[in-house]
Each structure stands twice: as structure tokens, then as C-alpha cells.
Design a protein around this ligand. Structure first.
Ligand SMILES: Nc1ncnc2c1ncn2[C@@H]1O[C@H](COP(=O)(O)OP(=O)(O)OP(=O)(O)O)[C@@H](O)[C@H]1O
Length: 321
């Protein structure tokens, strides 16, 4: 768990972070979002003490970060950044092994851990272990950066725009990978991103910052349903908020179970989001689709009319859309 209490950071006359408080419970994923220069990266860097906070208190795993030795603290916190920070003269395996080697793990254990991480991140060791950073694509380098951050099994992970420089398809692949890793490893994660869809997709808790302050925080769904200001509404996509909300909702939670079902032409898997289902309905010009399970067996039906009816109370509640 990481806890921030009334934390501030002043650089000379600039109050970069102004009295912010938030908590990320063990194993949860928090995303910091907001316009450029609002203090997101500074907040991240205060957690691992790359930047010293000038006010308030930061507590990691029950202990104030100032009570840790800074080197020990950073070994408990994996850090992945946009330009990866890989050492150019070290190959992939050696880059991933950086922290375990610093911790003087036995060579066999280091090798085993590197192999395990490369496999976990979809980088076959035979192909990639001896490549150098300049021989990697942006997406592959990011995977190595994430593997390196996870190498010594840190207590938590900080990620600063890790996929910021990638094309949308690679980005989505890495988001899926990260979400799979998170489901498996249950790390406490704080992610800084400019990509609202990335934040909504990955985070359990969203913290929206503006000019050094937190303007709203809560679950992605709660913020989409009730943005408390025009700023948050605009950041969350304004008129697109309904669709973003649909992206967070699974078809299986809204379908009518089999039985009452009438024949429908298009089939969609129950793991799809409502947004994907709406897209299929628009593409196939149909108001009803058959929902199938992972074995392609029909389990229910999704009807556009029922969806719109269900959405109405929330729509009446929310302001600004
Ligand atoms: N080392 C520093 N010295 C002086 N001012 C700094 C320093 N680092 C950051 N700042 C200032 O603190 C403020 C917050 O910067 P920060 O990088 O945390 O914002 P951000 O939200 O991460 O921005 P971006 O989204 O553009 O990366 C900015 O006004 C920035 O100029």
C-alpha cells in the first residue's frame, strides 16, 4: 500500500504539487491523469525519492519513505519510464538483470529470473537475450523496461507514460499484457498517462490533477458517471463519456440469458465490452445480437432497446453530457 498525506513539492517559486492526498491499497492500480505540467511525474518521483517532497508524508508499506535508506527504497519500487532508460551497451538479459545483480543474487537465480520475465513479457530469450537496445523496436524496448522494473519482484511499480511513444496497436498490445501481468502478480501500481482510454482501461482508482492539486479521484466508473467539474468532464471525453463508460462494462452483465432469446444474426463473445457490442450492432445494422461463451455456445441476447432503457437513470443523474 502506498499512502500520500497532504504532500507538496516546491521548486523555488513553483508549487509543482500542492497538498495532495491519495491511497493505493495493496495490489491496486492507480492512474494519475491531468493536463501537461500539473505535477504527475513529480508525484511519481517523490514516491521513490528521486525528488524530495517538501511537505506532507508519504508512507510505503506502513513506513514513511524518509525512514528508508533511499537505495533500499528504490529496490522495493520498480520504475518504468517512457524512454525506457535501458543501458545501451548492455544486452537485453543484462539490462533485465540490473537490480538482481546489484542485490548480488547467485548467477543461476538471476538467469532463471531473466528467462522467466522474458517469457512472461513475450520476448523469447533465444531471440532477444543477446540483442542490444538499439536493435529493438519501441514496443520490444518497453517490454524490456517493464521486465527490468519487475526483475527483483518489487513491492510496487511506478510507470511514467511507459507506452507514450508507441503506435496505437503496439500500445494496446502492451496494455493488454500489463493488465494480464497485474491480474497475475497483484502489484501495487501507480501509472502516469496522458491517454485517458489507457487510464480507464487499466486503473482501479483514477486521480485527476490540475495545477498541482487533485481535482477529483475515484473509480473510473464513478468519475465517468459523475464528473464534478467541466474540467474533469472534458478530460474524460465530454460527449464521448457514454461510450467510454460502455468500454468499462461487459456484455455478460447486460445480456438477457438464453431462453427468452429470439434469433439474431450477429454473434459476440460475452467478454466483449458494451462499446464493442454497440460497434458490432452499428456495423451489422442490427438491434439485437446473440451472446456466446468462450466455446462459441449461445448464452444470451443483447438488445439495443433494453440497453438504452437501462442507461437512462444514470444519464439523468450525470451532469454535463
Ligand atoms: N526539477 C525541476 N525544477 C524546477 N521545476 C520543475 C522541476 N521538475 C518539474 N518542475 C515543474 O513542476 C511542474 C510539474 O511538472 P511535472 O513534470 O510533474 O508535470 P507533469 O504533469 O508530469 O507534466 P507532463 O504531463 O508534461 O509530463 C511544472 O511546472 C514543471 O515545470
Amino acid at each position: 500500500m502506498i499512502e500520500l498525506y497532504n504532500v507538496s513539492k516546491r521548486f523555488g517559486d513553483t508549487l509543482a504539487v500542492d497538498d495532495i492526498s491519495f491511497t493505493v491499497p495493496e495490489g491496486k492500480f492507480c492512474a494519475l491523469v491531468g493536463t501537461s505540467g500539473c505535477g504527475k511525474s513529480t508525484t511519481l518521483r517523490m514516491i521513490n525519492r528521486l525528488t524530495a517532497h517538501t511537505g506532507g508524508e508519504i508512507v510505503l508499506d506502513g513506513q514513511a519513505i524518509n525512514a528508508y535508506d533511499p537505495v533500499q527504497l528504490r529496490r522495493r519500487i520498480g520504475y518504468a519510464i517512457q524512454d525506457t532508460g535501458l543501458f545501451p551497451h548492455w544486452n537485453v538479459a543484462r539490462n533485465i538483470a540490473t537490480v538482481p545483480r546489484l542485490l548480488k543474487w547467485p548467477a543461476g537465480r538471476v538467469r532463471q529470473r531473466v528467462d522467466e520475465l522474458m517469457q512472461m513479457l513475450g520476448l523469447p530469450a533465444a531471440e532477444f537475450a543477446s540483442k542490444y537496445p538499439h536493435q529493438l523496436s519501441g514496443g520490444q524496448a518497453q517490454r524490456v523496461g517493464v521486465a527490468r522494473a519487475l526483475a527483483a519482484d518489487p513491492y510496487m511499480l511506478l510507470m511514467d507514460e511507459p507506452f507514450g511513444a508507441l503506435d496505437p496497436i503496439t500500445r494496446e498490445t502492451l496494455q493488454t499484457m500489463l493488465s494480464g501481468l497485474q491480474a497475475r502478480l497483484h502489484k501495487t501500481v501507480v501509472l502516469v498517462t496522458h491517454d485517458m482510454d489507457e487510464a480507464l482501461r487499466l486503473a482501479d482508482h483514477l486521480v485527476v490533477m490540475r495545477e498541482g492539486k487533485i481535482v477529483q479521484q475515484g473509480s473510473p466508473l464513478a468519475l465517468l458517471q459523475k464528473p464534478e467539474s467541466e474540467f474533469v468532464n472534458a478530460l474524460l471525453g465530454g460527449l464521448e463519456r457514454g461510450l467510454k463508460q460502455a468500454s468499462l462494462t461487459r456484455v455478460r452483465d447486460h445480456m438477457t440469458p438464453l431462453g427468452a432469446m429470439l434469433p439474431a444474426h450477429s454473434r459476440i463473445p460475452d467478454r466483449y465490452t458494451l462499446r464493442q457490442a454497440l460497434s458490432v450492432m452499428l456495423r451489422d445494422h442490427c438491434e439485437r445480437v446473440t451472446v456466446v461463451d468462450q466455446h462459441d455456445v449461445p448464452v444470451g441476447e443483447l438488445s439495443l432497446r433494453k440497453l438504452v432503457k437501462k442507461a437512462r437513470p444514470e444519464k439523468d443523474d450525470a451532469s454535463g453530457s
